[in-house]
Design a protein around this ligand. Structure first.
Ligand SMILES: Cc1cc2nc3c(=O)[nH]c(=O)nc-3n(C[C@H](O)[C@H](O)[C@H](O)COP(=O)(O)OP(=O)(O)OC[C@H]3O[C@@H](n4cnc5c(N)ncnc54)[C@H](O)[C@@H]3O)c2cc1C
Length: 372
């Protein structure tokens, strides 16, 4: 049966779906297998109480690439959601990203000059010499001690499971700092949330007579058979797992999501609230209905607490840990991948890099154009 297919795509996430869609439009016959019991990978959303719940963490689409924006808008209508998270540090609320609202809340300053002077004064007081040696020094050299201690330190340490003084400086090369009263997190030209959720995007991409989709199927259960049966494989799972971890494990960070349905209309007044102290065990609470401006059943809300976690085999690998050890190990796997004639590795796990959605769409389109 597999003989008629041109491609086997492993993973029904955004990368696999864009590739499948474009290949089908170019007349190719495609089979998609997905080990979860649903399509859409990490952008999967599910309706609960009339609310689109982002099952694998908050997803906000943003891009400055007009072509990518037009591309994704074929599959859903986007609303005008603007990402403006708020930080809760020990009960005090601060606007993010770091901007005049934050500085005014922290110090009572009213003008950009007053804010700059305050930050400069804090940077000078620490007297760092030479290149920043770790994340703590890097952050302080960029933004001073108050913002670092209240809004960066605890959050980042929870995220990475390490002290900021043990984390490399490169993790925060730049910080979004704005000397205007502007709480818009992204600088991109376009952003929004698909009205009705993300799953429909992948559904529409895969809805084509030349595409067959099977969920609940793990590639590794029949790896050799798949490789024999299909002329070409697009693999969007973990590259180290594909090679049976023969050179060692790449490291990932995982997450645990704790979702609760509440009998309230409005729990926290914002889609995303970050808990930036070290003591609160979760990093943020998402209140999903605010992504669609309160859409959902009356008197109901759904919230998700996000707990960062270490990763071990069998856990969901959410974030690659792109330090020098892992990057060089990845390069060795990528060299093995090159010898794997009929298999192409794509997406965030296949290429072991953090991809935003617009980047994953771009990467899949580039691959389709070079492949077909
Ligand atoms: C917590 C979090 C928040 C994010 N927020 C944003 C955001 O706000 N904005 C943004 O632009 N991007 C965001 N992203 C990034 C976004 O999720 C990715 O860009 C996108 O999902 C990557 O698509 P993908 O197809 O590469 O990977 P995935 O979505 O992971 O798809 C890969 C699929 O392959 C399947 N698979 C793996 N191994 C096998 C196997 N052996 N057999 C069969 N199937 C397999 C997996 O189950 C998965 O469904 C976020 C990511 C995370 C983790």
């Amino acid at each position: 049966m597999a003989k008629n297919y041109d491609y086997l795509i492993v993973g029904a996430g955004l990368f696999g779906a864009v590739f499948a869609h474009e290949a089908a439009l170019r007349g190719k016959k495609v089979k998609v297998i997905e080990k979860r019991n649903h399509i859409a990978g990490n952008i999967y959303t599910k309706e609960v109480d009339g609310i689109q719940v982002h099952q694998y963490g908050a997803h906000i689409f943003h891009t400055s690439d007009k072509d990518i924006w037009n591309y994704v808008n074929q599959f859903a209508e986007f609303n005008r959601y603007t990402n403006s998270p708020v930080a809760n540090y020990k009960g005090h609320m601060y606007n993010l990203p770091f901007n005049m609202n934050t500085f005014s809340e922290l110090w009572g300053v009213r003008t950009p000059d007053e804010a700059r002077a305050k930050i400069q004064e804090q940077k000078d007081a620490v007297k760092l010499s030479g290149e920043p040696k770790n994340l703590e020094e890097q952050a302080i050299s960029l933004i001073g001690t108050d913002v670092y201690e209240k809004l960066i330190k605890g959050y980042t340490e929870k995220q990475w499971g390490q002290e900021a003084t043990d984390l490399p400086a490169f993790i925060i090369r730049r910080l979004p700092v704005r000397y205007t009263f502007d709480n818009n997190y992204f600088n991109d030209t376009y952003q929004g949330i698909p009205i009705g959720g993300y799953t429909q995007i992948v559904e529409k991409m895969l809805d084509h007579p030349e595409i067959d989709v099977e969920t609940g199927v793990d590639f590794f259960a029949h790896k050799d058979q798949y490789l024999k049966d299909y002329p070409k494989v697009i693999f969007t799972g973990m590259i180290d797992q594909y090679f049976d971890y023969q050179l060692g494990e790449l490291e990932y960070r995982s997450l645990r999501f704790e979702t609760e349905e509440l009998d309230v209309d409005n729990y926290q007044g914002n889609a995303v609230i970050n808990y930036t102290d070290a003591e609160t065990p979760f990093t943020r609470i998402i209140e999903h209905k605010h992504f669609e401006f309160g859409k959902g059943d009356k008197g109901k809300s759904v919230i998700t607490r996000e707990y960062p976690a270490d990763w071990k085999r069998g856990d969901e690998p959410y974030y690659p840990v792109n330090n020098s050890r892992n990057n060089s190990l990845y390069k060795q796997y990528a060299a093995l991948a090159k010898q794997e004639g009929n298999v192409i590795f794509g997406g965030r796990l296949g290429q072991y890099r953090y991809y935003d959605m617009h980047q994953v769409i771009h990467a899949a389109l580039v691959l389709v154009n070079s492949e077909i």
